[in-house]
Design a protein around this ligand. Structure first.
Ligand code: AMP
Length: 288
């Protein structure tokens, strides 16, 4: 699994917290870790807290390809003016990301499955180019890369089997505001499956073979901090696919992991979840 590892500053209507351990790969790895521990590929600076390193070490199968460089960890700040699906990026400090070039160790060069969590598409491409196997590739991205690195992103999409993307990103990527048409355009770009995250309205899987189905959400009365919900969804989904679960069951797991994520600031609530609580929510979600 490749993605960002960050120190986040987050403002919601419930408060503000700085230098929280975050990043797309952190949320995804933690979310997956209750079921399948991933091999992490990423970078942190020498300012990354020991507690964070300990969490990553315990949550992953291997952190051999997690680089620790002299310099500052990637930092991101975000604000949620209302408690909903909208957010504003306050700042992005690349730090050690600026010169990052992932190098896969031999242990990680023959994967069956690769999850490219949200990060610059050139880094996603670099990891794919180092795989000697022919892995099933799941890719996540964001508006920023669609806007400033679309050529690289298109190369990644050519090699992607399953694209994880939210509704506004779909319209951005395809320059079309009609979901059916947009999905057709994305299939032409490479992915054979497209999983659209509709935030608080659930998610839908569109398959090139014509099948499509939706999964709802776990209703969380108090959404403390939505950061990482998409990445937690991705981590849960990927763990299910790695175990051989159906896409539908993997989506249920992703949905439930996202529901834990948003109940607390940063990774706190996700980190405190456990298999029993997850299974309870999956059973409830299945009934709805
Ligand atoms: P999500 O809420 O699922 O979209 O993910 C939020 C996480 O993405 C935060 O922990 C951020 O550190 C991380 N993030 C924000 N911007 C970027 C970026 N440009 N590249 C990689 N990760 C990012």
């Amino acid at each position: 699994m490749l993605g960002s590892i960050a120190l986040d500053t987050i403002k919601t209507i419930y408060g503000e917290e700085a230098d929280l351990i975050g990043g797309s790969a952190t949320y995804a790895a933690l979310s997956s870790s209750l079921f399948t521990k991933v091999n992490l590929v990423g970078i942190i600076g020498d300012d990354f807290p020991d507690k964070g390193k300990e969490i990553l070490k315990n949550s992953c199968n291997s952190i051999k390809d997690l680089k620790i460089e002299k310099g500052k960890t990637f930092r991101w700040g975000g604000e949620y003016p209302k408690n909903g699906d909208d957010r504003e990026t306050l700042f992005t400090d690349l730090g050690v990301f600026e010169n990052f070039s992932p190098q896969l160790s031999s242990e990680n060069s023959n994967p069956d499955l690769v999850f490219l969590a949200n990060i610059h598409p050139e880094l996603q491409l670099s990891v794919l180019n180092q795989c000697n196997s022919n892995p099933f590739v799941i890719t996540d991205t964001m508006n920023l890369w669609i806007d400033i690195a679309s050529e690289s992103l298109k190369k990644v999409l050519r090699l992607t089997d399953l694209l994880l993307i939210n509704q506004s990103e779909v319209y951005d990527l395809t320059k079309t505001k009609n979901m059916e048409l947009s999905i057709k355009k994305i299939f032409e770009m490479g992915p054979k499956k497209v999983l659209v995250k509709y935030g608080s309205k659930g998610s839908t899987l569109y398959d090139l073979d014509g099948a499509f189905f939706s999964v709802g959400i776990v209703d969380i009365p108090k959404v403390i901090d939505p950061t990482g919900a998409g990445d937690s969804y991705g981590g849960g989904l990927v763990s299910g696919l790695a175990e051989g679960l159906t896409i539908r069951d993997s989506m249920l797991r992703g949905t439930v992991m996202a529901s834990f994520c948003i109940e607390g600031f940063g990774i706190k609530s996700l980190y405190n979840s456990n298999i029993e609580k997850v299974n309870e929510r999956i059973a409830t979600l299945r009934k709805t």
